[in-house]
Write a protein that binds this ligand. Structure first.
Ligand SMILES: *[C@@H]1O[C@H](CO)[C@@H](O)[C@H](O)[C@H]1NC(C)=O
Length: 116
């Protein structure tokens, strides 16, 4: 299934490939669970420790942080129309695992914002 968030992940992949050192500085493994109509639609792994971003669950590693968000809200978040804190407070963004680490993702998403 094609989702709106695919383009953002593709962009993040290109950013990470362009500057792997910057991604590795985040030094975390994140799993994004993207939902559509209340159901899980896709998973994306951001293994920034290894400088890799790919579709699907993490292979051979455990995520530090799992973020669950709908396709629409992820796009809003990445384009700066939705603030991560308020998304979290409103229950649009669910974070499990290391919550502090999720905050390090800001700059990568901001980069996507500049593009879209
Ligand atoms: C993140 O996960 C990796 C692998 O599971 C682990 O080695 C690392 O210590 C974790 N980092 C933090 C900050 O929890």
């Amino acid at each position: 299934m094609a989702l709106q968030s695919d383009a953002i992940f593709e962009f993040i992949i290109s950013k990470v490939n362009e500057d792997p050192a910057k991604a590795k500085a985040v030094n975390g493994i994140f799993l994004y669970i993207i939902t559509k109509d209340g159901k899980q639609a896709k998973q994306w792994t951001m293994d920034l420790k290894a400088g890799k971003v790919y579709e699907g669950a993490p292979t051979g590693v455990k995520p530090n942080t799992t973020l669950t968000i709908s396709d629409e809200d992820f796009v809003q978040l990445a384009t700066g129309k939705l603030n991560p804190q308020s998304a979290f407070m409103k229950g649009k963004l669910k974070v499990t695992g290391n919550v502090m680490m999720a905050q390090k993702l800001g700059p990568l998403l901001k980069a996507a914002d500049a593009k879209l």
